[in-house]
Write a protein that binds this ligand. Structure first.
Ligand SMILES: O=C[C@H](O)COP(=O)(O)O
Length: 252
């Protein structure tokens, strides 16, 4: 269960928020579910200090990274910088990056490879806009994004990946994708991974998340789907109590 804070919570608010999560979560929670937060870059040092100092079992990561190693790329943050902060994860190709920052498949692919090179687990985000779904092309559109993002990524590297299926029309809109519709696409992603790596084991190891208006009230049905292994949670992850309920989806 990963909480993508997007551009919310400054570094002081981040500390308070992670403390609330840490206070609520128990060993039983961590044993059942891997929990991660994805704060803005400016919060990472604070989160790292808190996690290290209190030996918390919460993992953390970034929301984006540069495809470049280092150098004259003003405003960019490299994979090695994130690795130095002990980040575990980094989202790549989030629809908001694709939409507002013109990220295309080659760039997303380069970012996936940069993350892998530095030991970060990419959370590769894919998913269709409303018009694509209405035209009935949501599966092929999403699978093309998966293939583009994973171009020339080895089976060994792919096995450790997380892929987040996030239909764009369900993000931040309150319109959750029906669980069967989400399963249709997540199942197709698993199927395409099997074809790409010609090896059922890789496809089974990849963790597939659903994202888009996930809340405590709908997470259990989503998690009951066979090809959905977790959730990438935006707005609801900003409310610590709600995020804890999502993490405890089995109780909902
Ligand atoms: O990365 C998270 C997704 O964009 C979902 O956001 P949301 O839960 O606010 O709809």
């Amino acid at each position: 269960m990963a909480g993508n804070w997007k551009m919310n919570l400054n570094h002081l608010e981040a500390i308070a928020h992670v403390q609330k999560l840490a206070f609520a979560l128990t060993d039983k929670d961590y044993e059942a579910v891997e929990v991660a937060v994805l704060p803005p870059f400016t919060d990472l040092r604070s989160v790292q200090t808190l996690v290290d100092g209190d030996k918390l079992r919460i993992k953390y990561g970034a929301q984006d990274l540069s495809a470049h190693e280092s150098g004259a790329y003003t405003g960019e943050i490299s994979a090695s910088m994130l690795a130095k902060f002990n980040c575990s994860f980094v989202t790549v190709g989030h629809s908001e990056r694709r939409q507002y920052h013109g990220e295309d498949e080659p760039l997303v692919n380069a970012k996936v490879k940069a993350a892998l090179k530095h030991g970060l687990t990419p959370i590769l985000c894919v998913g269709e806009e409303l018009a694509v779904r209405e035209a009935g092309n949501h599966v092929s559109h999403t699978l093309a994004q998966v293939e583009g993002g994973l171009k020339d990524v080895s089976a060994e590297d792919a096995a450790g990946l997380v892929i987040a299926y996030e239909p764009v029309w369900a993000i931040g809109t309150g319109k959750v994708c029906g669980e069967e519709d989400a399963q249709e696409v997540c199942g197709a992603i698993r199927g395409r991974l099997t074809e790409l790596y010609d090896d059922g084991a890789t496809a089974q190891q990849v963790r597939i998340q659903y994202g888009g208006s996930v809340k405590a009230g709908n997470v259990a049905k989503i998690m009951a789907q066979p090809d959905i292994d977790g959730a990438l949670v935006g707005g609801a992850s900003l409310d610590a109590e709600e995020f804890v309920k999502i993490i405890r989806f089995r109780d909902q």
